[in-house]
Design a protein around this ligand. Structure first.
Ligand code: MRU
Length: 339
């Protein structure tokens, strides 16, 4: 488990370029706020906790560069913060991390640039380190849901590549594997951009976890054949009543799991919880370019295709068995299923 999705060494912020996986494993050193914004927008780095961490380091880099140019003003810093916070609207970790950085900025902006820059750097690094620990604890709580011989279904990528640590939904899998439980993971391809096929399958293979790739429409049939014991997914936002926004297709899996009486757990750090929003239908869903759907098929026809491409959907709390956090399992409905 020595993959590091985000590194910050010698004042250089680098990310594994997830658009190049699985064919090429390369790091991209992000040189300024334009690179940071582009890397998040175009999914070179993705996953709610990971984009929060990158935005936090990105704001430090932005402030340091403004300082070098003798242009570190409140207005310039806040313009950067606003830009990054709005790149992807659904994942709350992005807004959460930017807010941490803005708080540090506001409390130290009159203490001199040197002190301010050092505090911003420290804050970004602590968001990063903190996430590693959160993932670890999610793994410790979640591994108890996994019994020897289990087949687990996961969607999208909520692993090392999506966080600063061992992942959220994949952390229990890695912990169970460390305990030598015999486990198998079915990986949903995750259309339209294939985070499951390109990233999760690759990541599990790197870590020696036995996995099988399926297309998204195969999950129902596997459940009907009693080949799935547990569904584990991540989250981009958990609101006050326990509704969850996660990668498009998560809701369908939750409905299927409910019908087949299969436990369905969301794994998410508390940095993904949004207590200012009451219910799932208030969450802004990021709409993405329809070319993400067409590109897969190399469709370049004269026909003007109409597309519909929401990046996320909402799973209502009553379909969720529980939410595994670093503080234990919240919204525990597992007794509905007698599990
Ligand atoms: O569009 P993405 O790839 O950023 O979507 C990611 C997800 O939906 C993940 O499940 C979620 O961010 C949790 S990652 C620990």
């Amino acid at each position: 488990m020595n993959l590091e999705t985000i590194t910050f060494k010698n004042n250089t912020l680098s990310i594994i370029d997830q658009q190049k996986l699985p064919e090429h494993f390369t790091y991209w050193a992000l040189s300024d706020i334009d690179d940071v914004e582009k890397s998040i927008k175009n999914l070179h780095v993705r996953g709610a906790p990971a984009i929060g961490i990158v935005a936090a380091y990105g704001l430090y880099i932005h402030a340091a560069q403004l300082h070098q140019q003798k242009q570190l003003t409140d207005e310039a810093f806040m313009r950067g913060a606003d830009r990054l916070k709005n790149v992807r609207p659904t994942a709350i970790n992005l807004q959460w991390a930017v807010k941490q950085m803005v708080n540090v900025y506001q409390s130290l902006r009159r203490s001199g640039d040197e002190k301010l820059l050092s505090a911003l750097k420290k804050q970004a690094s602590s968001i990063h380190k903190d996430d590693k620990q959160r993932c670890n604890s999610i793994g410790d709580y979640g591994k108890n849901l996994i019994h020897d011989g289990f087949s687990i279904l996961t969607h999208c990528n909520a692993g090392i590549l999506a966080t600063g640590g061992m992942g959220t939904a994949l952390a229990p899998v890695y912990k169970a594997a460390e305990e030598n439980k015999s486990i198998h993971v079915y990986v949903d391809e995750t259309r339209p951009v294939g985070q499951g096929a390109r990233l999760t399958y690759w990541e599990l293979a790197q870590n020696g976890v036995d996995a099988t790739l399926i297309t998204d429409n195969m999950a129902a049939s596997l459940m009907q054949q009693k080949k799935i014991d547990l569904v584990l997914v991540g989250a981009d936002r958990v609101v006050k009543n326990g509704d969850v926004a996660n990668k498009i297709g998560t809701y369908a899996l939750a409905v299927l799991a409910h019908y087949h009486q299969i436990p369905f757990y969301v794994c998410a750090p508390l940095s993904t919880f949004d207590n200012a929003t009451e219910k799932g239908d208030e969450i802004i869903i990021e709409m993405r370019d329809g070319r993400e759907i067409l590109n897969h098929w190399n469709i370049n026809s004269k026909l003007q295709y109409k597309t519909y491409n929401p990046a996320f959907d909402i799973t209502p709390n009553n379909l969720i068995s529980g939410i595994v956090t670093e503080e234990g399992i919240k919204f525990n409905h597992s007794n509905h299923l007698n599990i």
